[in-house]
Design a protein around this ligand. Structure first.
Ligand SMILES: Cc1ncc(C[n+]2csc(CCOP(=O)(O)OP(=O)(O)O)c2C)c(N)n1
Ligand code: SF4
Ligand SMILES: [Mg+2]
Length: 318
């Protein structure tokens, strides 16, 4: 049988020595994604819900940072705000109530090429997910967590949340809540978060600036974003909304963001407090620490196949 010519195909590139040399593979000129490219289903939030604004700014952030689909990972728990990943046309997960952070940590640790963005509500973050919030912060897992704080459980139709103010009337506190609300900023700082900021969905430029800085941060970045639930807690943030007669007070440029105690004092100011970056510091991330453990072990076990390393581990357990 005569030698057959190998047909031209990308799979035989290099194999057909008689063929005329192939041009180099074309680098596809990829345009930055626009809102149209990443907007999925029409959001099912109530008209006027603050969460719309945060979603629109996430699309802006993706466009601004020229992120492509394979670099976008959006994770959330359960709640109105946590429906977020449904509305983003990219990889993401709408995970178990309160468990967005452990899921996101797994993604962040195994995929160092990505920056994972986590969105959720005050109930998801500080009630059922309160323990995960503390531990992800102290471990300094590199990811960004935006808590859309509406001071209520919206999805389940009006129960008191950990950030609901004293006196707030809900289905679980018909005479008004008598529990002291948590202060998310103080909680984040004391837990060990290395980037802690506060913003409001009513101030789009500020939200975008905070999210942009959070994504630049090498560590666990936390943003408390006031996001009004117009259905169950209307007017909650009027005091911080200029068009409602309130004041959006930005943190002074003089504030030393590396001073933990100054940040703590700033976060203790009376409602509605200030907005901006409260605290920012550099500490080794869990991502970097674990990568070092893995590379040190790889060096120690050089030349061995993975199954041989595994076999030794099991042998040691005998
Ligand atoms: C294990 C578990 N407990 C309770 C619920 C019910 N549940 C769903 S969302 C939610 C609270 C949502 O509040 P929040 O996180 O503030 O989000 P919002 O709807 O206000 O955006 C609760 C209690 C659940 N889904 N799973
Ligand atoms: S119930 Fe509240 S938080 Fe949920 S979509 Fe409606 S306005 Fe938004
Ligand atoms: Mg809520």
């Amino acid at each position: 049988m005569s030698e057959m010519a190998i047909p031209f195909s990308p799979l035989t590139r290099g194999a057909n020595t008689n063929a005329t040399p192939l041009p180099p593979l074309l680098e596809v000129d990829r345009k930055p994604l626009t809102k149209k490219d990443v907007a999925a289903d029409h959001p099912t939030w109530c008209p006027g819900c603050g969460d719309f604004s945060v979603l629109a700014l996430y699309f802006k952030l993706i466009e601004k940072r020229k992120l492509h689909h394979e670099k976008i990972t959006t994770v959330a728990g359960i709640g109105c705000s946590s429906r977020f990943p449904y509305f983003v046309q990219a990889h993401g997960a709408h995970f178990i109530h309160g468990r967005a952070l452990p899921f996101a940590s797994g993604v962040a640790l195994s995929r160092p090429d990505l920056h994972v963005c986590v969105f959720g509500g005050d109930g998801d973050a500080f009630s059922i997910g309160g323990n995960h919030f503390s531990h992800t912060a102290r471990k300094n897992v590199k990811l960004s967590y935006v808590v859309m704080d509406n001071q209520v459980y919206g999805l389940t139709k009006n129960q008191t949340s950990p950030t609901s103010p004293v006196g707030y009337k809900s289905k679980t506190d018909i005479w008004g809540s008598n529990d002291r609300p948590i202060n998310p900023i103080k909680q984040a700082i004391s837990a060990g978060a290395t980037f802690v900021a506060r913003t409001s969905a009513t101030n789009p430029n500020h939200v975008l600036a905070m999210m942009d800085q959070a994504m630049d941060h090498d560590g666990f970045s936390f943003i408390q974003c006031l996001s009004e639930c117009v259905e169950f807690h209307p007017g909650a943030f009027d005091a911080a909304t200029p068009r409602k007669g309130g004041v959006f007070a930005e943190i002074s440029k003089e504030h030393d963001v590396t001073d933990e105690y100054a940040a703590y004092r700033l976060a203790d100011e009376p409602w509605p407090g200030q907005f901006g970056v409260f605290y920012k510091t550099q500490r080794p991330t869990k991502n970097a620490n674990e990568a070092k453990i893995i590379s040190d072990y790889r060096a120690k076990t050089a030349g061995q196949a993975d199954w041989q390393i595994l076999q030794k581990s099991f042998d040691r357990l005998k």
